[in-house]
Design a protein around this ligand. Structure first.
Ligand SMILES: [Zn+2]
Length: 155
């Protein structure tokens, strides 16, 4: 695994342990090149998903992007990081088990909102209010960049 800090291709695994109730393996890695430390997760991927945007464009489903948007919505909420990981895995598992490889971005947004609504109301409102504005545009990158907790805007 390449070092995300310096690009060194030769990094070492310092520690491996089960995570997310044995659905994943978490590895702590060390880069001898720059001394950087980072974490990787190994997970089962049942199928390769493709996101179909409202404008018809297709792109590979990116778990990290989904995860980023959910973590931003969850910022400073009293929810354990481990619980958030489980929640994201649950969403991905649902998408993978829908029986289709192509998934409309709208469906993903709705599943995320439905899930957040059950876990944390504030996170749900944050996500939903931004999501509505971008439903038509279907631009997930723009969506993620707009999605910030209100208290960070003041800083
Ligand atoms: Zn490095």
């Amino acid at each position: 695994m390449r070092c995300p800090f310096c690009g060194n291709a030769d990094t070492q695994v310092k520690d491996s342990r089960p995570a997310e109730e044995n659905a994943a393996i978490r590895r702590r890695r060390y880069c001898p090149g720059c001394g950087g430390r980072f974490t990787t997760y190994e997970r089962v991927q049942l199928r390769d998903l493709v996101v179909v945007k409202t404008n018809g464009r297709r792109e590979d489903f990116d778990r990290d992007k989904l995860s980023r948007s959910i973590r931003i919505a969850m910022q400073k909420r009293p929810v354990e990081p481990e619980r958030i990981d489980q929640l994201i895995s649950g969403i991905v598992r649902r998408l993978e088990s829908m029986g289709e490889t192509d998934i409309p971005s709208k469906v993903i947004g709705e599943i995320v909102m439905e899930t957040l609504a059950r876990i944390d109301n504030v996170a749900y409102v944050r996500f939903a209010s931004v999501y509505k504005n971008f439903q038509d545009a279907g631009d997930f990158d723009k969506f993620v960049s707009e999605l910030r907790p209100p208290d960070l805007d003041k800083a």
